[in-house]
Design a protein around this ligand. Structure first.
Ligand code: NDP
Length: 332
């Protein structure tokens, strides 16, 4: 019988407390229902995966659970005509790794509509170097573009700059010709951020204090993965008619802001969700990632780890200690 390595989280049913994650061996019978079985070659560690593996927030909503919100691999068996054996595929979100067993296992059984054919021109490892964080950064850039923002509009700010969403957002925006201001708590990573294309580095402390309703206009737009006071300050400093894409909460879930940027400067706040984003939008994002993202910059922001390093690394991403993106080699 086929066995494969997996990371598993369980909970104590009496206390409802999540137990520490374990590396175990499972069989196909341990997986959940689905039309398609995938041999997972690669996954990644996003902020949400850090929460799921450590149990620091209630990301996992079904136990036992294999975390891992992203996966790349090839079809092993398919009960549908849209995918054939050996087809390369990717999966991001849809509750995988939260309510349906996810990418930290040699095999995944999932619903066909959650899968995308692997984007042309990207290896499986590169798709996971991008992962949900990078695909979300692309969704944010696409949302900014739809407002008409162009490099001629003015500079853009990226917060949480040295993290996964931030690193990919910088590389994408700089590649499109934007002047990028990177906000980071790790100013020692200035060379790294400039290498990705940032023109200016600011200390995130500048944006972390309670915001005034309006401040000096500093940028035409932004990609924010931090939330809370940081997003409020980004909005308060956005130029007339600008737009800010909000995609994260690394600094907090709240938004202590006012309506002033919206009603006095016509600023737009754009919500970005990757988990349930419709397939057409996902396809558009992945097509643009395949053409727009500089592979050398992607390699520069990527660290590769084996599956058995995930449990030890999960707390690091929550502590803001991970730079850029991590590829997890899952194998068979
Ligand atoms: P990372 O941990 O890789 O990056 C987050 C970055 O935020 C850190 O590297 C750090 O950047 C900064 N940061 C961390 N803690 C704080 C803090 N307390 N105050 C200010 N800045 C902080 O995570 P990801 O890039 O994977 O995800 C970023 C955020 O986006 C998360 O909140 C995640 O949940 C969310 N997300 C949302 C998605 C969606 O669908 N909307 C999809 C993907 C991610 P630096 O060191 O440069 O300051």
């Amino acid at each position: 019988m086929e066995r494969f390595k997996a990371i598993l989280v369980t909970r104590d049913e009496a206390t409802k407390q999540q137990r520490p994650a374990e590396l175990v061996e499972l069989g196909l019978a341990d997986l959940m229902e689905g039309d398609v079985t995938v041999a997972v070659s690669h996954s990644t560690i996003n902020y949400k995966d850090g929460l799921a593996v450590t149990g620091k927030a209630p990301v996992v909503r079904r136990f036992p659970m294999i975390p891992g919100i992203d996966l790349a691999g090839t079809i092993v068996t398919s009960a549908c005509s849209s995918f054939q054996k050996r087809d390369p595929v990717i999966l991001n979100g849809w509750g995988v790794g939260e309510t349906h067993m996810g990418g930290y296992a040699g095999r995944a059984r999932v619903r066909k509509e959650w899968l995308l054919a692997a984007p042309e021109g990207l290896t499986a490892a590169e798709t996971m170097a991008i992962g949900t964080a990078g695909y979300t950064a692309m969704l944010a850039v696409l949302a900014l573009e739809r407002t008409g923002l162009t490099p001629a509009s003015g500079p853009v700010v990226v917060t949480g700059a040295a993290g996964g969403v931030g690193s990919v957002a910088i590389a994408l925006l700089a590649g499109l010709g934007f002047t990028v201001i990177a906000s980071t708590g790790r100013t020692e990573e200035a060379d790294y951020l400039k290498g990705l294309g940032a023109s200016e580095i600011i200390d995130r402390a500048e944006l972390s204090q309670p915001a005034r309703p309006l401040a000096k206009e500093r940028w035409a737009g932004g990609v924010d993965s931090v939330g809370s006071h940081t997003l409020a300050n980004v909005l308060a400093s956005t130029r007339y008619g600008g737009a800010v894409a909000a995609c994260g909460l690394a600094g907090g879930m709240d938004l202590p802001s006012s309506v002033a940027p919206f009603i006095l400067r016509g600023v737009s706040l754009l919500g970005i969700d990757s988990v349930m984003a419709p397939v057409t939008r996902r396809r558009e994002a992945w097509d643009r990632l395949a053409t727009d993202l500089d592979r050398a910059k992607l390699a520069a922001m990527t660290t590769t780890l084996p599956l058995d390093a995930v449990i030890a690394t999960a707390p690091d991403i929550l502590a803001g200690k991970v730079r850029g993106r991590i590829v997890v080699e899952v194998g068979g």
